[in-house]
Design a protein around this ligand. Sequence first.
Ligand code: TIU
Length: 223
Amino acid sequence: MREISAEPYAFRFSPERTALLVIDMQRDFLEPGGFGAALGNDVALLRSAIAPTRALLAAARKADLFVMHTREGHRPDLADLPPAKRRRGNLAQGIGDLGPMGRILVRGEPGHEIIAELAPAPGEPVIDKPGKGAFFATDLDAILKHRGIESLLVAGVTTEVCVHTTIREANDRGYECLVVTDCVASYLPKLHEAALAMIAAQGGIFGWLAPSESVIGALGGTR
Ligand code: TIU
């Protein structure tokens, strides 16, 4: 077992039973002209998570941790897009509409791709999800169960939306989740802080928090 100094108390994990889950680090959220921008956000606010996540990915790969990525998006025919999700926000340019990076939040379009800095390595599963949570309408749970995964180190965007929804889903499915605090980011700094506080409150009601430095340190030792 390894230990990470974390909030609200030390996170103990076995590397063989732990996965790194990188959520939705897509051009549609991090670059101008995508879904994040269409929602009226300053997408530059998410860039703080890129360098720490890159370092975390390198450490996880070196430690032979199981690494997975997710992408939020829809089928080109939009058959899996709930009308309510499409209507939400009364956007001039919304999901399925053509933007500078192709059709917004549609699979196969340039904007749907994971940013080049954090590109999945060969063999790392990528989960395409239609919702905010990574467990909803995906095979994520089956893949984790087949690998014997019990703990998740979580990075990605945005803290209070897809990261939080996924952590809550994972928690109810019995996974122990540690959110890597500098590897998650939000367009709304106040909500980022509140979302992190909610994870660790009440004795870690949803999980644990630790910075990438502590996680990378714990991954670095010998098993
Ligand atoms: N809008 C927002 O903050 N996030 C999303 O719509 N998706 C994810 O968080 N990935």
